[in-house]
Ligand binder design. Structure first.
Ligand SMILES: [Zn+2]
Length: 269
């Protein structure tokens, strides 16, 4: 294989791995932020449960104060009843007593409801607090993992950068400039040529060019996408050309082999 072609193949592998690692490093703070947002939700759930319990207690104290108020009124009406002159006045007072007793009974019913509600609210608080505790531990672990992963990735990236510089210093300048240009535009700079086609853009190469590519002895670029083409004999052996067995009509109808179509359904360009 042509030495520059060999080196560019290695360079592309390094560049791809470096960009994968760079993306991963950039994505980790986002992952941590997402976990922290989830933690904030759990904290909010705990606060909400606490606020419900507090509200319950406030309402209950209010009810108790109301009951006390009505009891005082009843006592007052009863003491007044001993000094009333007419039956009508007496009935009116008894009517007030009855009303106050109904109010007390209503308050007592509400207090009972609040007590039942409080039990459930306390249970909900316990669940929310347990979830928060678990989630907090998870967040700390995830954060620690993210820190470790970032440090590892950065170490790998530093190593790749060194390898990259070493390879680049040995490649012919114009081949390297072409590589950089295509890499920038298309996110990949090399493409395998198989069955007389560029496997990145699927455009056919001329028969003479194909013969040249098969030797891997020159830097040859795809006329359509600009990628540097290389030939891999292993893939030719793995996928023998069955085109001769097919009728012309069928060959015209189906551009790519069915098995090949399955493997190469995502052209990069
Ligand atoms: Zn191409």
């Amino acid at each position: 294989m042509n030495a520059d072609l060999q080196r560019l193949t290695e360079l592309e592998k390094i560049d791809r791995e470096a960009s994968r690692l760079t993306e991963e490093v950039a994505g980790l703070p986002k992952r941590v932020a997402a976990i922290e947002a989830k933690l904030a939700e759990h904290k909010a759930a705990v606060e909400k449960a606490k606020a419900r319990i507090k509200g319950n207690e406030t309402t209950r104290r209010q009810m108790e104060a109301d009951i006390k108020g009505f009891q005082e009124k009843i006592a007052k009406y009863r003491s007044q009843s001993s000094s009333v002159k007419t039956n009508d006045e007496y009935r009116a007072l008894m009517h007030e007593v009855e009303f106050a007793e109904k109010q007390i009974s209503g308050c007592e019913d509400k207090i009972l409801d609040l007590m039942i509600g409080l039990e459930n609210e306390e249970k909900a608080l316990k669940v929310a607090e347990a979830e928060l505790k678990t989630e907090s531990a998870d967040v700390e672990k995830e954060k620690a993992d993210a820190r470790v992963r970032t440090a590892e990735d950065e170490k790998l990236l530093a190593g790749l950068k060194e390898q990259r510089e070493t390879i680049r210093s040995t490649v012919n300048d114009s081949a390297l400039a072409h590589y950089d240009r295509v890499m920038r535009q298309r996110k990949s700079a090399l493409a395998e040529a198989r069955e007389q086609k560029c496997m990145a853009c699927f455009v056919r190469v001329r028969p003479q060019t194909w013969q040249e590519i098969r030797t891997n002895e020159q830097i040859i670029t795809c006329n359509s996408c600009g990628r540097i083409l290389y030939f891999d004999p292993a893939n030719e052996a793995a996928a023998p050309e069955p085109a001769k067995k097919k009728s012309k009509a069928r060959a015209a109808e189906v551009e790519t082999e069915p098995d090949q179509a399955e493997q190469e359904i995502t052209p990069t360009q």
